[in-house]
Design a protein around this ligand. Structure first.
Ligand code: SF4
Length: 115
């Protein structure tokens, strides 16, 4: 097997966990498929955690790890994102279970990140 063959096998739920805050404090995390963001800006309209970077034309989360109080706005951002034919490129993951709580297009908590 040559170098680089493992690229597509990253488990998205492990991203960022090395320097992450404790799960008790921030039970949720955001995974953002920035390369598939179409810059529609809907996320920034519904969630303080999201900004549209005018230089890049791509959204940006202020925080990747979020607590219970911040959950609802990020779930909303995930649900309104129209990218990837409405499946969305913002994912909210429950770090305790590894399940996707939004947008959860499969309805079963399967992480729908497509790198
Ligand atoms: S709603 Fe989705 S596509 Fe639009 S700016 Fe936010 S992340 Fe990008």
């Amino acid at each position: 097997m040559s170098d680089g063959d493992k690229e597509g096998t990253i488990d998205p739920t492990t991203i960022g966990e090395r320097d992450a805050p404790p799960i008790d404090e921030k039970p949720y995390k955001v995974i953002f498929e920035a390369n598939k963001c179409i810059g529609a800006g809907k996320c920034a309209q519904v969630a303080d955690n999201w900004d549209l970077n005018l230089e890049t034309g791509i959204a940006r989360p202020k925080q990747y790890f979020i607590d219970e109080d911040e959950r609802a706005q990020n779930v909303r951002a995930a649900e309104v994102c129209p990218a990837k034919k409405d499946r969305g490129v913002i994912h909210v993951i429950d770090r305790r279970t590894g399940e996707e709580i939004a947008p959860d297009p499969h309805g079963d908590g399967t992480v729908s990140v497509e790198w």
